[in-house]
Design a protein around this ligand. Structure first.
Ligand SMILES: [Zn+2]
Length: 428
């Protein structure tokens, strides 16, 4: 199906080049790349979509494996490192007739991070890299560790000493090299940066796979956009609510919609893209409300939804542009609202969500109450991970849920009242 001869020197199959999202400069795709050398813009993988359109249609997907690699026609042509990620359930809400919950908690390693790291590690192995370094406060670390284990690459993880217990233990069991750092993820990132000055970094196949600092995590995450369209019968919903830390999934889905339009799989319609963030760390919400084109560093970021503790997403300029173009918006949720929504979803929908995912429900309620969405609007809420990864976090928050009439079970052992979980993700 593929045309391997297309500019074989610089491309990988139908992946023709990388393009800077700031200045538009093109870079070859046949070697590891980080960000644009001129302006540090995020690089996007670009494909010969016209050629793909001639040989591959949405009907060709029928009967393909139910993983994200069913879309390999629009992914780099490399031997996938796969644990069965993607093609997660699109569940009809029991509470709201036109709401769907895309349950990313069923991915390998229990979160949507599996998609990005599957693609990233696939390309790292393709390029012959050996040692992948990541500063991470949680699920990305677990996913990198798993995919490195599955590929024979080394995972070098720098995480704050107080990360959620599940992330620390899974990394250990996957055989990753884990360095626990006193401080926040920004301190972890400094450890990775210091490594880059070493001789070993140049000679031993090291690579930094931080969020949006390499082009392929976005490629993995974009498959969520393909799945939304395919699972809804190639209809676009009116809205997508997406818990936004680094925002890679939001970027990826928007990229996927443009690709699918070029492929003739969907038309020009687009969902309103909604960012939800925690009130204790809401740089995109603040920038959106101010009409800004980039965000400011959020001071004293604090939320139990550790994946949302990103004080300034590296891709903020792209996130805000997507909100604007899609006529979307940005909403915040307090930790109390998030914990209550986590419990509510578990009881009402049978979905034990990550706190970040449950924030989507908080946002949907607010947007319905404010008239942004009508009852008949089809809206997809993303649950980004499994609540099982957050047992210690949720146990510590028991008794704090509000306004449901639920009867929270008190923990049998007293928990620290304000345990710091995880750290701050980016910028580095
Ligand atoms: Zn550039």
């Amino acid at each position: 199906m593929r045309k391997p001869e297309a500019d074989a020197k610089l491309s990988i199959g139908m992946l023709t080049h990388l393009e800077c999202t700031r200045c538009g400069e093109h870079y070859p795709a046949d070697r590891p790349q980080t960000v644009c050398p001129k302006d540090a813009g995020i690089l996007y993988a670009r494909y010969d979509l016209a050629a793909i359109k001639r040989t591959f249609s949405s009907a060709s997907l029928s009967g393909r494996a139910p993983t994200m690699w069913r879309y390999d026609a629009i992914l780099p042509e490399a031997d996938p490192v796969s644990l069965g990620e993607g093609f997660t359930p699109m569940l009809s809400s029991r509470e709201y007739p036109n709401v769907y919950i895309k349950d990313e908690g069923l991915n390998p390693t229990g979160s949507f991070k599996a998609r990005g790291l599957s693609a990233c590690v696939t390309m790292a192995r393709h390029f012959g890299l050996k040692k992948l370094a990541i500063p991470s406060a949680g699920n990305a670390a677990g996913a990198l560790a798993a995919y490195c284990a599955a590929s024979g690459l080394e995972a070098h993880i720098f995480m704050p000493r107080d990360v959620p217990m599940a992330n620390r233990i899974e990394c250990d069991y996957y055989g990753a090299q884990v360095t626990l750092v006193d401080g926040l993820i920004s301190d972890c990132a400094r450890k990775v940066a210091a490594l880059k000055d070493s001789e070993s970094w140049k000679n031993d196949g090291w690579f930094d796979v931080s969020t949006t600092k390499e082009p392929y995590r976005v490629e993995g995450k974009k498959t969520m956009g393909y799945e939304v369209a395919e699972q809804l019968g190639w209809r676009m919903p009116q809205g997508i609510i997406y818990p936004t830390g680094g925002g890679v999934g939001l970027l990826g889905m928007w990229k996927a919609f443009d690709e699918m339009e070029a492929l003739g799989w969907i038309g020009r319609e687009r969902p309103k893209m909604i960012t939800v963030q925690a009130s204790g760390c809401a740089p995109i919400v603040k920038a959106w409300e101010q009409g800004a084109t980039s965000s400011e560093m959020w001071q004293h970021a604090a939320t139990l939804a550790s994946g949302l503790r990103v004080p300034k997403p590296y891709g903020d300029y792209l996130i805000l542009d997507i909100l604007r173009k899609s006529h979307g918006t940005a909403v915040s949720a307090t930790d109390e609202e998030i914990v209550e929504a986590t419990r509510h979803w578990a009881k009402v929908e049978g979905i034990f969500a990550a706190p970040e995912g449950a924030a989507s429900l908080v946002a949907y309620r607010k947007l319905r109450a404010g008239g942004f969405f009508q009852p008949e609007d089809m809206v997809v809420l993303f649950n980004t991970g499994s609540g099982l990864k957050y047992l210690d976090v949720l146990d510590a928050s028991v008794g704090k849920s509000v306004g449901t009439g639920d009867s929270p079970v008190r923990p049998t052992q007293p928990k620290p009242a304000a345990r710091q979980i995880g750290g701050i993700i980016g910028p580095y």
